[in-house]
Design a protein around this ligand. Sequence first.
Ligand code: GLU
Length: 423
Amino acid sequence: MTVEAPVSHLRENPYDIAREQLRRVADAFAIDSNLINVLSECKKSVVVSIPVGMDDGSVRVFEGYRVTHNIARGPSKGGIRYHQDVTLDEVKALAMWMTWKCALMNIPFGGAKGGVICDPKQLSELELQKLTRRYTSEIINEIGPERDIPAPDVGTTPRVMAWIFDTYSMNKGHSVLGVVTGKPLQLGGSLGREEATARGSLFCIREAVRKRSRRIEELRVAVQGFGNVGSFLAKFLAEDGAKVVAISDSRTALHNPNGIDVPAAFAHKQETGTLEGLRGAETITNEELLILDCDVLAPCALEQVITGENADQVKADIVCEGANGPLTPTADEILEDKGVLILPDVLANAGGVVVSYFEWVQGLQEYFWKEAEVNAKLNDIVVRAFNETWATRETRQTSMRVAAYGVAVQRVAEATTTRGLYP
Ligand code: GLU
């Protein structure tokens, strides 16, 4: 029997894409090419091997990465991804995007990302714990509250963050709350962190809808992905009065032009682990979801789902990048030409890292805030960043993406120049 290698979702090299975006922004904003050469590279990439004793008695060796892109504006920050398609170049791209995201939000962090090549759905709880603790111990000299602070990303959860926190703390001999964010509430997590990425996307969509002189209540929304971002975004938009006409997870996609019962979908996913079998909607494919007749499309799963092949079929008027890098540069161009308003990832999904910042601050101070306070401060930061991006888009006559990246890259460039090159 021949076993076909699984096809990666990455059709193009994400790091090439990230560097190309940087070059475009450098041209548009006339940023010094010497500086761009520095910012095109990642400061440090660590590759580790992670041997894990499996439940069946065998030993499997996984490969993991932790990449720091830039620390000019503060310690590096970024999630850890557990996925079978992880590559070093993907982690580098995601680390670079974290630098821009933190700079655009004007929070005092640089950018980093981690990843382990594994399918967490195929691992037992014990195997997952062993993998996480060994990975943490392999990168223990890279991370720390003043150095590099991990968080959840695709395939990792608050539970995983708790193991990272515990492994690091056991090695230091005392609890170090600031070493990781996205922790469970009972272990120094922040209220509002779990929903934060989706809430940030919601705030951006609200602003965008206002700019388009429309009302949320008249919108039909399609959300791809029902993980941490997509599920809460669908919930929040439905609560705001929008009609969520389609949702999906990695196994299925569902469509109902009259609106999907989002609370029922939540309950079903919680109970069965999948959206499969949810009643009251027609089954479609993930590809069909992206080209559905709707007003807002929110790709909240993985990179490169809208490409040169399907971009011209997208019908939405607003595309909100809940995921990192869901549009390829070709798709970006096609949609821009069609007049679609694209809310780029570094703006639209930055709510997560903003509340991670709040969690880090609360942990360092050992003083915890009310949820309403967290959400209000999140709103302030995201709306300010939206308005700065919008204003730059208007004055420069450019796209939201180039404007957002431009504001961010300029901030990092300024910090780098002011600090000066060492030695
Ligand atoms: N992984 C999330 C992101 O891509 C959150 C990172 C963080 O909270 O540090 O923005």
